[in-house]
Structure formats: structure tokens, C-alpha cells
Design a binder for this molecule. Structure first.
Ligand code: 5GP
Length: 208
């Protein structure tokens, strides 16, 4: 089947991607967003400082604590959490629009956020966990990124160990040994989920 063949109408899917930092998740989803049609990225709000390689409104919407609190208390967020002393949250409107219009959306969020999204969108959320093959590799990747000092890296490693324990809560696990294989695995998950009968709106071409 060609990728642009018409598909039966269906609800959109929320794909949640979580991983300990340094597992390679960002590289995987950036590649996947290029390779997979009809998949948008959910731009989170965050109060943390922008990193050099990040753009406001593309990687995150960078906001003040006051702005974050205002948007959170007015009910604009589908989920939110404190991670590494900053606040992070997912705007609700793009999720609801995606589900209603049959478009799929990818969320890069932590395990606390994933729990909230699963609870709010039990039919429409699919969760995927990414782990590095070993914890040593994770430490190497964090140091290689060199955006943080050693005490912050130690803090992230400790959190990574705790987070790794959460993978059984997820629907799928990708062990990221090689980026191209992990992207292909993510693509397989997306394509299979898109074919699920439970997501279809009415489909009965034999009646017309
Ligand atoms: P970083 O600061 O390295 O970009 O992200 C730190 C952690 O926050 C990652 O685990 C990332 O998945 C998570 N995160 C990013 N955006 C959101 C969000 O909107 N909600 C939640 N709960 N976590 C998020």
C-alpha cells in the first residue's frame, strides 16, 4: 500500500514517548517526525531556560512561572509536572483537535505526565518507553551533551534509574541500541496503531 492511499476515517492518536534523559529519545522522535506522515509534535510549555540549540515555539514554548501557573489554573493544560525544578505541561487544545480530526500527535513527556494522559485519554493514548541498552551508555550520552555540570548529571542519572523502573506501565518498549532501528520500530508501532478497528469511525463502503 502506498503511504498516501486513502484510509478509513478514524480518531487521531496521542503517541506518548517517555525515556530517561540521555536515552536518545529526542533524536528518535526528530527522525520519526521527518519519516512519518500525518504526525505532529506537541509543543510543551516549560519554565526551564532555553538551551542553545532550542527554538521558542518549536521545541518548547518557554514561559515564566507566572504565565505557566495562569495557563495551568485556567485549565489549558492536559497534564503538567515538575521535572528537575522546572514546570512542564502539555496544552490541551491541540490534543483534542488532533483526536477529533484524525490527526496523530506525539508527546515527549515524563512518566508523571504519561500517567495523567493515559487516565484522561484511555482510548486514544498509546505509550512508548525508550531505554538505552545500559546505564553506562546513558551516563556517557549525558556527559557528551555537556549542557550541564556534573552534579546535575548525577541528579539526572539518579532520576533515570528511578524512571527506568516505570517501563511496565507503558504499551511498548524500544531499547535504543541503534537510532535507525529504533525509528523503524516507532514507525511500526504508529502504523499498526493506525489500523486498529477500535479507532475507526463508521466504515462500510459495501453499503454505498
Ligand atoms: P528536558 O528539560 O531535558 O527537555 O526535559 C526533561 C523532561 O521533561 C523529559 O523527561 C521530558 O520528556 C519531560 N517533559 C517535556 N515536556 C513535558 C511536558 O509537557 N509534560 C511533562 N510531564 N513532561 C515533559
Amino acid at each position: 500500500m502506498k503511504s498516501d492511499d486513502p484510509q478509513p476515517p478514524r480518531r487521531g492518536i496521542i503517541f506518548i514517548l517517555s525515556a530517561p534523559s540521555g536515552a536518545g529519545k529526542t533524536t528518535i522522535y526528530r527522525e520519526a517526525l521527518k519519516a512519518i506522515r500525518n504526525l505532529e509534535f506537541s509543543i510543551s510549555l516549560t519554565t526551564r531556560a532555553r538551551r542553545k540549540n532550542e527554538a521558542d515555539g518549536i521545541d518548547y514554548s518557554f514561559v515564566s512561572e507566572e504565565e505557566f501557573n495562569r495557563r495551568q489554573s485556567s485549565g489549558e493544560l492536559a497534564e503538567w509536572a515538575r521535572v528537575f525544578e522546572s514546570s512542564y505541561g502539555t496544552p490541551r487544545a491541540p490534543l483534542d483537535a488532533a483526536i477529533a480530526s484524525g490527526h496523530d500527535i506525539l508527546l515527549d513527556i515524563d512518566i508523571q505526565g504519561a500517567q495523567q494522559i493515559r487516565a484522561k485519554y484511555p482510548r486514544d493514548a498509546v505509550s512508548i518507553f525508550v531505554l538505552p541498552p545500559t546505564l553506562e551508555e546513558l551516563a556517557d550520552r549525558l556527559r557528551g551533551r555537556a549542557t550541564e555540570d556534573e552534579s546535575k548529571i548525577q541528579h539526572r542519572l539518579q532520576k533515570a534509574r528511578e524512571e527506568a523502573e516505570a517501563y511496565p506501565e507503558y504499551d511498548y518498549l524500544i531499547v535504543n541500541a541503534e537510532i535507525s532501528k529504533s525509528v523503524a520500530q516507532l514507525e511500526t508501532i504508529v502504523n499498526a496503531e493506525r489500523l486498529k478497528v477500535s479507532r475507526l469511525r463508521e466504515f462500510a463502503p459495501w453499503k454505498s
